[in-house]
Design a binder for this molecule. Structure first.
Ligand code: IFM
Length: 437
């Protein structure tokens, strides 16, 4: 295991974006000062969140943001990825909070990079409903109108794949639906919302726009054609369904035929050119043919009727969440994207990468980040145009259906006192950034 005294990292290009990421629902708290989201409804239902917790207070970032911005400044990042809560923006005084936060970030010399949707859909809206995409464009226009004089870099959506699969197909996340493949309209409407958001941002003068999609290599469980076919199908769901409409203007493998509405016209909106493409990377997935039984993956139940099964990746260390640590998967993923999409792939930013471990002396997190940064550098050397890297996450926070049990932060949060304590990984990352200049 590498320690905080490991070899220096290779140099990244001048102008590289170094940041950390968070999301509104996971850190802000102050739930009484905004309308409810689907996550408030979901967490109120018994049994939905493992430790029975809610995000009503979370890290209380809403009130403690000056302390958190000071932590960012002390870390030395040049960018901070956060999300704006749609139900807060829609509530009286909601935009004032982001106005204050952006001012504080600018004063600290940290570039604000807001994500306009990170899963906390206003409770009265529904992604099965096409009109939600148009409502999202209104939300984006309101945020850009207020913050666009200081915010220059924007992210439309965070991980529409997880929001579709976990929230609408498998029922493990809000809004808790188990629609399996009937959830596909949720994917299409989010993609349409993305395209409309790009148009709304451009109309407000934005010139630096991306999306944060989750991706990872898919490894077949064996060379058996059934395993290879199942892995190919999973790869389509995770890696192609949300990338190809955006990058190529088309759905892979005939999936467009299953989507609602005038798909051809919608695809012209969805494929609005982007300035960069955000990748959230955690681990590869090993996939085989269906086993005919229910499975378990990352705490999520996989129903028997799906045309694939998720298998264990053996001989790899696991994070506390049980996710395998496979740094070279990041190089494989990025080189694979470059080969698959060629010059249709804009410059890439790693918008999330991180791991869940307990403890303040988090040497495992240091080893994880160190190894992933080396793997990212290998992708750069192989010719992938990578422009930035954001650690997930600044703070320990509300990890969705896992509650507060999973700690991803560079900064420890005591959820009784809300005291923040930088971990060893915070000091390590600060030193990395200093060394990178
Ligand atoms: O906490 C989440 C985040 O909200 C989205 N990407 C993955 C993280 C870790 O599970």
């Amino acid at each position: 295991m590498a320690t905080d005294a490991g070899d220096p990292l290779p140099r990244f290009p001048a102008g590289f974006l170094w940041g950390v990421s968070t999301s509104a629902h996971q850190i802000e708290g102050a739930a009484e000062l905004r309308g409810p989201s689907v996550w408030d409804v979901f967490t109120a239902e018994p049994g939905r969140v493992k430790d029975g917790s809610t995000a009503a207070v979370a890290c209380d970032h809403y009130h403690r943001y000056p302390e958190d911005v000071a932590l960012l400044a002390g870390l030395g990042v040049n960018a901070y990825r956060f999300s704006v809560s749609w139900p807060r923006v829609a509530s009286p005084g909601g935009l004032d909070f982001y106005d204050r936060l952006v001012d504080e970030l600018c004063a600290a010399g940290v570039r604000p990079v807001p994500t306009l949707f990170h899963w906390d859909l206003p409770a009265h809206l529904d992604w099965l409903d096409r009109d939600t995409a148009a409502r999202f464009a209104d939300h984006v226009a309101a945020v850009a109108g207020r913050l666009g004089d200081r915010v220059t870099k924007w992210i439309t959506l965070n991980e529409p794949a997880e929001h579709t699969l976990l929230g609408h197909a498998l029922g493990a996340h809000a809004p808790g639906r188990r629609l399996l493949f009937d959830a596909l309209p949720v994917a299409h409407h989010q993609l349409l919302a993305h395209g409309l958001a790009v148009r709304a941002l451009r109309a407000a003068g934005a010139r630096d726009i991306g999306i944060a999609n989750s991706h990872g290599p898919t490894w077949p469980a064996s060379a058996d054609p059934d395993d290879v076919a199942a892995a190919g199908f999973y790869d389509t769901l995770l890696n192609r369904l949300f990338a190809e409409p955006v990058l190529l203007g088309g759905y892979p493998d005939g999936l467009g035929e299953l989507m609602p509405g005038d798909v051809a016209a919608d695809l012209r909106v969805i494929a609005e050119p982007l300035d960069w493409y955000g990748v959230n990377y955690y681990a590869p997935t090993r996939v085989g043919a269906p086993l005919g039984t229910r499975g378990e993956f990352g705490g999520v139940t996989i129903p028997a009727e799906l045309p694939f099964s998720v298998r264990e990746i053996e001989d790899r260390p696991l994070t506390d969440f049980g996710w395998p640590v496979v740094p070279e998967g990041l190089t494989e993923l990025l080189c694979g994207f470059r080969d698959r999409y060629g010059d249709r792939l804009p410059p890439v930013v790693i918008t999330e990468n991180g791991c869940s471990y307990e403890g303040l002396d988090d040497q495992e997190r240091i080893a994880y980040l160190d190894a992933h940064l080396r793997a990212l550098h290998a992708a750069l050397e192989a010719g992938v145009d990578v422009r930035g890297y954001f650690v997930w996450s600044l703070l320990d926070n509300f990890e969705w259906a896992e509650g507060y049990a999973r700690r991803f932060g560079l900064v420890h949060v005591d959820f009784d006192t809300l005291e923040r304590t930088p971990k060893a990984s915070y000091r390590w990352f600060r030193d990395v950034l200093r060394a990178q200049g």
